[in-house]
Design a protein. Sequence first.
Length: 302
Amino acid sequence: MIELIILIVGIFVLSGIFWHSIFYQKEKKLLNRLQQMLDCAIDGELERTEISEEKYSALENSMKQHLDSSFLARKNQQEEKEVIQKLISDIAHQTLTPISNLKIYGEILSETNHENQEEIATILEQTEKLDFLIQSLVKLSRMESGIIAVHPEDTAIAQMFASVQQQFNVKAMEKDISLNLFDTDLHAMCDAKWTVEALGNIVDNAIKYTACGENVQIKAEQYSFFVKIDIIDDGIGIEKEEIPKIFGRFYRSMSVTDQPGVGIGLFLAREIIQAQKGYIKVTSETGQGSTFSVFLPVSKTE
């Protein structure tokens, strides 16, 4: 009797192990197929496979349908993006000559017509604004499409400071603003040309929104994993609730509508810095000036 019970229990145990093994292998195969589908979707190589009507294939079929939908949406989004980028490039190309002509004739009128200098100055200012907008859109379009890519390398901060100073000395002097760049021997991993463009957009704003006779300072500081570049101004400051918005494309505060600008400089600056695995932090108080801190990955030689 005992032997019979042991035999029956043994049969149940062996049967349980057998069926567990079968279901385990089946589940493992299903998980492997799902993982393969995900990997193919990530690589952009997802293809329709045979789906059976088995119970376990319901999950696989649902996953396939979701991935198909996501893949199609991503493809459509990329196609729309390419159309927009081509349109922007075409617009930039077509407006290059008219804008150049407007500048030339505006300057000629400025030299020969002494009665309408205010109107001529407005025309030239708006032409410059239009030219800056078109060129900025082209840069953004090319960067987002990968046509222009940043190439970070070991770069001396002092070298970038010198480029910024050369670019903005005249503009600062016109407003009697003291543009102070502190000496530094620090290095960072960045693309010098594009980083100077980002810093320049921030410095341009600092000078624009700082009153005549005030100061703009630029200095660098070493951190463990980043080099921080501070651009400090004595300008009008930024409302606390507006700080998260200022890096938005075409965003301009109501308090600065009387100043020239199109609201794309800070957006471009952030895109450039983020493309180099860095980030920008802002601290500001209304009427007390602003500090834009640009964090760039530290050079491997540091």
